[in-house]
Design a protein around this ligand. Structure first.
Ligand SMILES: *[C@@H]1O[C@H](CO)[C@@H](O)[C@H](O)[C@H]1NC(C)=O
Ligand SMILES: *[C@@H]1O[C@H](CO)[C@@H](O)[C@H](O)[C@H]1NC(C)=O
Ligand SMILES: *[C@@H]1O[C@H](CO)[C@@H](O)[C@H](O)[C@H]1NC(C)=O
Ligand SMILES: *[C@@H]1O[C@H](CO)[C@@H](O)[C@H](O)[C@H]1NC(C)=O
Ligand SMILES: *[C@@H]1O[C@H](CO)[C@@H](O)[C@H](O)[C@H]1NC(C)=O
Ligand SMILES: *[C@@H]1O[C@H](CO)[C@@H](O)[C@H](O)[C@H]1NC(C)=O
Ligand SMILES: *[C@@H]1O[C@H](CO)[C@@H](O)[C@H](O)[C@H]1NC(C)=O
Ligand SMILES: *[C@@H]1O[C@H](CO)[C@@H](O)[C@H](O)[C@H]1NC(C)=O
Ligand SMILES: *[C@@H]1O[C@H](CO)[C@@H](O)[C@H](O)[C@H]1NC(C)=O
Length: 667
């Protein structure tokens, strides 16, 4: 779990430093980092890489720009709809990493993080976040660390180059997560260290259960065990039956531990589908043997890697411009999901959720210009909805440090935090859009429409909620500023009284995700609102919201929706579907403590009672103060444009310092 990715970015103050401490996911270990970065001359941190790619050429043949979509208004008339899904379908996976230098955690806070999570939980009801990864395997809980740290990487003996360095963490980390959950409805996955099953360290389960309670969703056992042998963490003969045995040891140890009362919350097998398939694990009888202990069945996967840009032994670096078109088709998401269709059906039959536990555009940090583009945002929406349509229960997008390209959000380097805000990546817009696509009722069922003759560039999905057609999700992967490849989808309706067309709605409502090109990094809007450019977000949407109203043709029984090239259109079939996805009151947290150098204030937060009682103060800032040295409250307040209507600005005035990591807790 790269905890520094969330709030502890201190080791990542510079690109060079960041590269030295990063633990990448799904990277063969033991390979030698090269010094050359990429063909680009940019040498700063990846998260701020300025590479903008050209939009790929238009496809040949061009897809038709006018086509019909026939929809039943009732779910009961549709076969092969997905299972019922939560709007918290896309969540985040945050690697617990290792920081090998003294960090001034006190200068870091996550008010923008709280704002971002609030945007999602208002739409989806909650946010699911996993804290774990390769470094969870060696993590050991200690009661305190020097220099007020919550997490520290220990030096390795050095005799084994592939050994993952040990990680020490304190219970403060878990209190931090718990404090976040008290403010915004975030639920957490953690991981049990599995580097040494003869000496299991179950403190993460004991303390996690005790501190997080119901906010702990589950505990991962073994991160990518199919890569253990390849990475030298186990003997070369290590196979699925060995994992089966080790999982059993964890189950037995947890059951024998009087400090663990929940023993049915385990997450497995987390295979990377690198050296084993999920079926290799199912074939051991894994699910049947451990059904009472398993909460969720999981896989982890990235569709590509950029390892050659960082490590030797991977051949020539891949050219992002050449790779870009691979992400900009409907086939891209479908091809990632296809190997898991059998497993999603097996999970469903076993009564277990099936989750993509860690994914993003490419491992080894993603690709410059791809992972941080509108193209990636369209890809993540399509891939996410493809997983939804394929009976995954959710999917977690990986968040790295300053040295990856694919971050949904990136805090500024610590020594810039007094004058820079956060950078929101295009993929965050995907998470927002998918949360609105599925809504907050937990009843959304998704189907891939094979739209426009199953054309690769113009995919679409229908969403049924509470049994009725609620929304339509339409993508256009092409870029054509002339408008000639904007397309019109003419939606017609059937259902209702047998044999009779049902009444078409008088109008539908459309929110657009727009940018001038699939290569665009920052000029991106969702329903007219944006997070702005590099270093310019406090986690709130800026600008006023704009929802298109599209009148329908009630004589022809059709509604025609235009989808720009490029763009994503979310079509709401009713006022109530729109209302559910459009919170009228937005809880926001003011950025009061972004300045560096405020030792003693670990986290500026809101007293939960403020949130509970402050409803109704529409559009008003009240009691705003600042904990920041040398910053006025007015300055702190400047960022963020509040959407029209009733906006709840629950202000954190620095009075409520919820987490005091300096006071070490005794359990
Ligand atoms: C921030 O810290 C990095 C790493 O210590 C250093 O290279 C850089 O010059 C610093 N930048 C500023 C503006 O202080
Ligand atoms: C799409 O609809 C718009 C608005 O009705 C119209 O101006 C445009 O010509 C249509 N485009 C195509 C390709 O049918
Ligand atoms: C597992 O990790 C712990 C904590 O880092 C370490 O002390 C131990 O030696 C490791 N065991 C093996 C077998 O690598
Ligand atoms: C574990 O159990 C012991 C004895 O019941 C108790 O004193 C201790 O506080 C517990 N620790 C945790 C982390 O629950
Ligand atoms: C699905 O998985 C099961 C269990 O591993 C296996 O027996 C079966 O052959 C698989 N089916 C397909 C179509 O891959
Ligand atoms: C998803 O599950 C439903 C049953 O709830 C089933 O009808 C549908 O075919 C499944 N979809 C896939 C892609 O397996
Ligand atoms: C949706 O599901 C979650 C998790 O089970 C639950 O906590 C929440 O209350 C549900 N929401 C609704 C509206 O039923
Ligand atoms: C931002 O994109 C919009 C189209 O989505 C375009 O009209 C506008 O000119 C762009 N602004 C800048 C500053 O590039
Ligand atoms: C917040 O963290 C503090 C310790 O840092 C802890 O005492 C408190 O119980 C936490 N609050 C919640 C709601 O978890």
């Amino acid at each position: 779990m790269i905890l520094h990715s969330l709030f502890l970015y201190c080791a990542l103050a510079s690109g060079g430093l960041a590269r030295a401490v990063t633990v990448y996911s799904q990277v063969p270990m033991g390979v030698t980092p090269t010094t050359s970065a990429s063909s680009s001359t940019y040498t700063g941190a990846a998260a701020y890489d300025p590479t903008v790619l050209n939009a790929p050429a238009l496809p040949n043949p061009l897809p038709p720009t006018q086509f019909g979509i026939q929809l039943s208004t009732s779910a009961s008339d549709v076969t092969a709809l997905s299972i019922q899904l939560s709007g918290a379908f896309l969540g985040f996976s945050i690697e617990m990493s290792v920081v090998d230098q003294v960090c001034d955690f006190s200068s870091l806070l996550q008010v923008p993080f709280l704002n971002l999570m609030a945007l999602l939980s208002e739409r989806a009801g909650r946010v699911n976040i996993r804290v774990g990864g390769n470094t969870q395997e060696t993590a050991t809980l200690v009661q305190s660390l020097p220099d007020m740290k919550m997490v520290e990487k220990q030096e390795t003996a050095g005799n084994n180059p592939t050994e993952t360095p040990a990680l020490l963490y304190t219970p403060d980390i878990l209190y931090l997560l718990s404090n976040i959950s008290a403010l915004v409805n975030t639920k957490w996955y953690l991981g049990v260290p599995l580097n040494d099953t003869s000496n299991l360290r179950l403190a993460i389960a004991e303390y996690g259960e005790r501190i997080l309670g119901d906010n702990l969703l589950g505990l991962q056992v073994g991160n990518e065990p199919d890569l253990y042998a390849r990475h030298g963490h186990r003997a070369s003969t290590y196979g699925p039956y060995d994992y089966f045995g080790e999982f059993g040891q964890v189950v037995a140890a947890m059951q024998a531990d009087p400090n663990i009362s929940v023993s049915n919350n385990l997450i497995a097998p987390n295979v990377a589908t690198g050296d084993w398939t999920p079926e290799d694990v199912w074939n051991t009888g894994f699910i049947e043997a451990y059904t009472n202990s398993i909460h969720t069945l999981t896989v982890e996967h990235y569709p590509d890697d950029n390892c050659a840009a960082i490590y030797s032994g991977f051949g020539p670096p891949k050219d992002p411009q050449t790779e870009f078109p691979n992400y900009l088709t409907h086939a891209a998401g479908k091809s990632i999901v296809a190997p898991y269709l059998n497993s999603s059906a097996i999970a469903l039959a076993a009564g277990k959720p099936f989750v993509m536990f860690e994914t993003n555009t490419a491992s080894c940090g993603g690709f410059p210009g791809i992972s941080d583009s509108l193209g990636a945002a369209l890809w993540a929406i399509d891939y996410g909805l493809q997983m939804a349509a394929s009976n995954f229960s959710h999917a977690l997008l990986h968040v790295g440090g300053q040295d990856v390209y694919y971050n949904p959000f990136t805090p500024p380097p610590t020594n810039q935090s007094s004058y820079h805000q956060w950078t929101i990546g295009p993929i965050f817009y995907s998470v927002l859009a998918v949360s609105e696509t599925l809504g907050s009722t937990n009843t959304s069922r998704v189907i891939d429409l094979y739209a426009n003759g199953n054309n690769d560039y113009t995919p679409g999905y229908a969403i049924y909620e509470n049994g009725a057609l609620a929304r339509l999700a339409l993508l256009n992967y092409m870029t054509d500023p002339s408008g000639a490849n904007d397309y019109n989808a003419t939606v017609s309706f059937s259902g209702g009284v047998a044999g009779q067309p049902s009444a078409v709605p008088a109008q539908v409502y459309v929110k657009y995700l727009l940018a001038p090109s699939v290569g665009e990094k920052f000029n991106i809007t969702w329903a007219g609102q944006t997070f702005g450019g590099q270093f310019s977000s406090d986690g709130r949407l800026q600008g006023s919201q704009h929802v298109e109203t599209v009148p329908c043709d009630q004589t022809a029984n059709t509604c025609t929706v235009t989808v720009p090239a490029p763009g994503f259109a979310l079509v709401f079939m009713s006022n109530s579907a729109l209302g559910e996805s459009t919170p009228t009151s937005t809880i926001t947290f003011a950025t009061t403590a972004t300045a560096a150098g405020q030792r003693g204030t670990q986290v500026a937060g809101v007293d939960p009672s403020v949130l509970a009682t402050s409803n109704g103060h529409g559009g008003q800032d009240f009691g705003l103060g600042s904990t920041s040295k040398g910053r006025s409250s007015a300055g702190d307040r400047a960022a963020g444009v509040y959407p029209s209507g009733a906006v709840l600005v629950a202000v954190i005035a620095g009075v409520a310092t919820i987490l005091r990591a300096f006071a070490h807790q005794e359990l």
